[in-house]
Design a protein around this ligand. Structure first.
Ligand SMILES: C[S@@+](CC[C@H](N)C(=O)[O-])C[C@H]1O[C@@H](n2cnc3c(N)ncnc32)[C@H](O)[C@@H]1O
Length: 236
């Protein structure tokens, strides 16, 4: 590694055994102002600033009492929650282990597992008024496959939010490739008063990552009334 390039830019020499791709990643990390800021401000990830910036624009954190953090590792978003809404109960889930965060219930399990929604609500102690998802599938390097896998996570996160949110609650999720597809946006619009896409300044320009912010959950529709037509009844 060599320091002292233009304006303190740190250059990384390609070491034997290190791929050019990982050298580029390391160089970017070392020169990224958000990585430096995260270190200085005690956040575990630069991702923390995406939540901070989204909240500055949309103001979805204020007054929240119960929050779910999907894809919590390493914990930057939950740290922001603890600082901004210290009274809120927080429960998060990840495939990866996460060092404890005071006041946050952390589950190490696959969100796609059947048991995950129940376990999250039990850990939270009631219905959330905010569901956050920063989940991203591990990329395989095939853009369409990567986008489809992450969109699968977004769809499942939205289904979960619609099933568990308290009326008036909000849903914020990472999406891919310029936004959620039209069917997903339509589903959000059916369930929320406003649906907006945003790319916060801390989201890397070159990345296909965007966020969708759906606010004002309209509440679950009541089960259809029994009209008494008898269509589904056993014959007498
Ligand atoms: C970008 S990171 C989240 C960063 C986090 N918001 C922060 O501020 O530190 C995405 C996370 O999603 C998790 N993830 C991906 N698929 C998942 C799944 N099916 N269940 C649970 N977590 C998942 C990954 O393990 C990864 O830790």
């Amino acid at each position: 590694m060599s320091r002292g390039g233009a304006r303190g830019h740190t250059r990384v020499k390609t070491a034997r055994g290190r791929t050019t791709q990982s050298t580029r990643w390391l160089e970017r990390q070392l020169n990224d102002p958000y990585v430096k800021r995260a270190k200085a401000e005690g956040y575990r990830s630069r991702a923390a600033y995406k939540l901070i910036e989204l909240d500055e624009r949309f103001g979805f954190l204020k007054g929240k009492k119960r929050v779910i953090d999907l894809g919590i590792a390493p914990g930057g978003w939950s740290q922001v929650l603890r600082r901004q809404v210290p009274k809120a109960a927080v429960a998060g889930i990840d495939l990866l282990p996460v060092d404890p965060i005071d006041g946050v219930q952390i589950l190490m399990m696959d969100f796609m597992a059947d048991a995950a929604p129940g376990a999250l609500i039990e850990a939270l102690g009631g219905a959330p008024d905010l569901v956050l998802s920063d989940m991203a599938a591990n990329t395989v390097g095939h853009p369409q496959t990567d986008a489809l896998r992450t969109m699968g996570l977004v769809e499942t996160a939205l289904d979960f939010a619609v099933q568990v949110l308290a009326p008036g609650g909000d849903f914020v999720s990472k999406v891919f490739a310029g936004g959620a597809d039209s069917a997903l946006v339509a589903e959000m619009k059916r369930n929320f008063t406003t649906v907006k896409h945003a790319k916060p300044p801390s989201s890397r320009k070159g990345s296909v990552e965007w966020f969708v912010v759906a606010q004002g959950f309209k509440g679950r529709k009541d089960a259809p009334e029994d009209t008494g037509s008898g269509e589904d009844r056993e014959p007498a």
